[in-house]
Design a protein around this ligand. Structure first.
Ligand SMILES: *Cc1c(COP(=O)(O)O)cnc(C)c1O
Length: 401
């Protein structure tokens, strides 16, 4: 269980999960690897097996001290009590859904859900388990969403802001509705990280792709599922064990190392991200910037009320006269922005989202082609100079300049 304390976020990141300081003097905890766990007697073996839902060393698959150190730190920064790490962010999403849904039940999924989660819902939940999957517009008011709740609805799934379109959901209001109707609230809090405290806003289970800012160096794939009640912990832990879920201790150790610098990285990336986002917003080629921390962006008021920071991932919608071919040419001309999907590292990224974003509850109309940008730890002035130069490509060739 996480330790009790009143320290600030930055201090906790530096001081939690460091048994090494008390064992051999090293600043960092040791890295444990292993499958077999030897016990001193058959009685001890029987006893240890009873504790496989706890932080007990029973079998490698059930986790060791390297997993537990990371799990306790993640539970702490999200304000929960227990955490299960799994092999990827996507695995965390899937295990959390599987923990609560059975044949014939219904779940509500936001239309802006991370694409591979949609594929899991369609391919496994609906396709193989006969779970009914209903997609809802992420900006629905609670009363409108309530109309979609059925007698067999079990799960209300949230992701705020939404993938690619960055809608901010009114989590407290939606969670209150879920509580009234007896639904479990599962939330993908990858963007919100510690800026959004899911359990303070009524969420039951918080999911994160630690692959992103927590790892922070584009070299790890890892997911976490955090709970606060014993009942939710048992559901999640049992499902993870039934599916043989495991996370590499090396990746856990690297993520723990990444977390030591999370606060400074996040603060820098939030500032740099806003600087670059404001530059986009002032450009005539840009129709709008989908960055929840920018006044006028969709959901900005709710973001101000519920979040105390923003990460550096946001969308840029170009005016429709700048067609996809010219935007492709602009992206290809960037020197400092990689073209790639997994964000949260130290490097900046640009990803065209036109043609690849699926919406089924309501057609997607952003007003023009959109590109998702991730701002890394480079100097913002260099990134802006790179963008300035690449924006020249938008004006090459036929058509309006
Ligand atoms: C990246 C991402 C995931 C999946 O994480 P992986 O570790 O890459 O599987 C899940 N949800 C959101 C919102 C993400 O951005």
């Amino acid at each position: 269980m996480p330790e009790q304390h009143d320290d600030h976020f930055a201090t906790r990141l530096s001081h939690l999960a460091r048994p090494g300081t008390r064992v051999h003097g090293f600043v960092n905890p040791p890295l444990h690897r292993g499958s077999t766990v030897l016990v001193p007697s058959t009685a001890a073996r029987r006893e240890s097996w009873k504790h496989r839902y706890d932080q007990y060393l029973t079998y490698g698959l059930h986790g060791n001290e390297t997993h537990h150190a990371l799990e306790n730190l993640i539970a702490d920064i999200e304000g929960g009590t227990r955490c299960q790490v799994v092999s990827s962010g996507l695995a965390a999403n899937c295990i959390a859904l599987l923990a609560y849904l059975r044949h014939g039940e219904h779940c509500l999924i936001p239309d802006s859900v991370y694409g591979p989660v949609r594929s899991f819902c369609d391919g496994v939940l609906a396709g193989r388990m006969a779970v009914e999957v209903g997609y809802y517009r992420p900006d629905l008011a609670p009363a409108e969403l309530e109309a979609l709740v059925r007698p067999n609805t079990r799960v209300l799934y949230l992701e705020s802001p939404g993938s690619h379109t960055f809608e901010i959901q009114d989590v407290p209001a939606l969670a209150a509705l879920a509580r009234r109707r007896g639904l479990k609230v599962l939330m993908d809090n990858t963007w919100g990280l510690h800026f959004f405290q899911p359990f303070r806003h009524g969420v039951d289970v918080s999911i994160q792709a630690l692959t992103k800012y927590a790892g922070g160096h584009a070299d790890v794939l890892l997911g976490s599922i955090v709970t606060r009640s014993d009942e939710d912990w048992r559901a999640v832990r049992q499902t993870a064990l039934l599916y043989g879920q495991y996370a590499s201790p090396d990746d856990c150790w690297l993520t723990l190392r990444g977390l030591r610098t999370l606060n400074v990285r996040l603060r820098q990336q939030m500032a740099s991200g806003l600087e670059v986002a404001r530059w986009f917003a002032a450009r005539p080629e840009v129709l709008r910037v989908l960055h929840p921390a920018l006044p006028g962006a969709p959901g900005h008021d709710i973001w101000r009320r519920d979040f105390d920071g923003a990460c550096s991932l946001f969308g840029v919608v170009f005016r429709p006269e700048f067609g996809e071919t010219r935007i492709d040419a602009m992206i290809d001309a960037l020197r400092l922005f990689g073209i790639g999907a997994s964000w949260g590292g130290f490097e900046s990224l640009a990803l065209p989202t036109y043609g690849s974003v699926v919406r089924t509850a309501a057609p997607l109309d952003l007003g023009g082609p959109a590109v998702r940008f991730h701002v890394g730890l480079e100097e913002p002035a260099d990134l802006i100079a790179d963008l300035e130069r690449a924006f020249g490509r938008l004006h090459e060739g036929a058509g309006p300049a």
